[in-house]
Design a protein around this ligand. Structure first.
Ligand SMILES: [Zn+2]
Length: 181
């Protein structure tokens, strides 16, 4: 492709994917204007936007209670009485249906790791603790963050308390934990 055609191509494609023309010029100049091996991988600029609905299915009530009522629910097996949190619609041991029970939001750390490297959405929080927490009244553990002033004081068996973010979106990140006082 000659320089002139390349400039037009870059302008058209920058508009198509919604970026600046300079970015397309920089990223594709060599590929589009230099003689290349005709069998070399051919790459073009493209974009992908996905908007979707995500269904929580049988776990919906758990998320709705966090969002609207700042409550943590577990699911209790109607046969063996084991309490699952995160909830399950059916017990994995006896396959019986579960029923909702309210938990008070206190628990203990079963296992944890300290995160020093994170993706962009969480980078401002490092270092932070990600822990498996068994809530009082539950038989299983839930994975969540524990926010602490000094992550070096984290330990297995640490008593923690659920916290609800002021701005909640119906996501599991609407909750986090703090060391219980
Ligand atoms: Zn059961």
């Amino acid at each position: 492709m000659n320089k002139q055609t390349f400039l037009k191509w870059a302008e058209r494609n920058a508009k198509r994917i919604g970026v600046k023309k300079a970015q397309v010029l920089r990223a594709f100049e060599q590929e589009m204007t230099s003689p290349a091996d005709p069998d070399a991988p051919f790459e073009i600029p493209d974009t992908m936007h996905i908007n979707m609905r995500y269904s929580y299915g049988g776990q919906s009530r758990f998320f709705r209670e966090i969002l609207e009522n700042r409550r943590i629910l577990g699911a209790r097996c109607t046969t063996c009485s084991k309490v699952f949190c995160p909830p399950r619609t059916h017990c994995p041991h006896c396959y019986a249906k579960t029923e909702w029970v309210e938990l008070n939001g206190t628990g203990r750390v079963l296992s944890y790791t300290t995160v020093y490297f994170a993706t962009s959405s969480a980078i401002k929080n490092v270092p932070y603790i990600v822990a498996y927490i068994r809530l009082d009244g539950a038989d299983t553990a839930i994975l969540s963050n524990v926010e602490m002033k000094d992550v070096r004081t984290a330990h297995v068996g640490m008593a923690v308390q659920v916290k609800f973010r002021k701005q909640r979106d119906g996501r599991i990140t609407d909750i986090y934990f703090k060391e219980a006082s």
